[in-house]
Design a protein around this ligand. Structure first.
Ligand SMILES: [Fe+2]
Length: 238
């Protein structure tokens, strides 16, 4: 009999993918917690590690509620996100690293939010109410973690990283840019679906994308020297 012919098959496939993604995060989060110098960010990663253990357990309950054997299927998407996260740990340090770690973590969260959003919707559509309830609980925790990371990024980590890149005189400009985008992120964050992934992580986590935007809007002669200055500010010396 051919595989994947019904929505139920696709649902089970997504569940196995999510289960494997959580297992991968169980290994990655301690490394991220170890890499940061920020106590608050470390605590956030450690808290989410505990939650992730709970997500694995809930997913096992979901399999049970469907009379299915607990099984993972390698999640290439999460593997790629984690691999990129490893690269930033090697390349950056200090507040720049913290901003980049938040960016990586938010990519992982948004990937999971998209997956669990789909799983909840499919479970409901097929009448798997117990599964839908458990999956919704996981989704809510992923969203809360994402919001916590946005808060951390915007309550000092991004501006500290920006200061390391651009110097004190540009604090105000950076702050203005960040607050302007914050509204977009929170609006998008409520709209649900895939669009939020790009909007929120681009705003809050990616100090790099914000600063490169403001760099490109400056006059060319000073922007090239600032650009190279920013590299030495946050890059690890080899
Ligand atoms: Fe999770």
């Amino acid at each position: 009999m051919p595989q994947m012919e019904t929505l139920h098959d696709a649902f089970l496939d997504e569940l196995r993918d999510a289960y494997d993604a959580e297992k991968q995060l169980l290994k990655a989060l301690p490394k991220m917690a170890k890499a940061t110098e920020s106590d608050q960010l470390r605590t956030a990663f450690q808290t989410h590690l505990k939650e992730t253990e709970g997500h694995v357990e809930r997913l096992e309950q979901v399999f049970g509620s469907l009379d299915e054997r607990v099984r993972g299927k390698h999640c290439d998407g999460m593997a790629g996100i984690i691999e990129e996260g490893k690269t930033v740990i090697e390349e950056f340090e200090g507040p720049t690293l913290d901003a980049c770690l938040i960016a990586s973590a938010q990519r992982a969260e948004h990937y999971e939010m998209a997956a669990y959003g789909t799983l909840v919707a499919w479970a409901r559509a097929m009448g798997h109410e117990d599964a839908a309830g458990l999956l919704q609980q996981i989704l809510d925790e992923e969203k809360a973690t994402d919001e916590k990371l946005t808060q951390l990024a915007e309550s000092g980590i991004n501006s500290e990283a920006a200061r390391a890149a651009h110097g004190e005189d540009e604090d105000e400009e950076e702050a203005e840019g960040a607050s302007g985008l914050r509204g977009v992120a929170s609006m998008a964050g409520r709209s649900g679906g895939v669009r939020i992934a790009a909007a929120t992580s681009g705003t809050s986590g990616r100090g790099g994308s914000t600063s490169s935007t403001s760099r490109s809007s400056r006059s060319s002669s000073s922007s090239s020297s600032k650009s190279s200055g920013s590299r030495s500010g946050g890059k690890k010396k080899r």
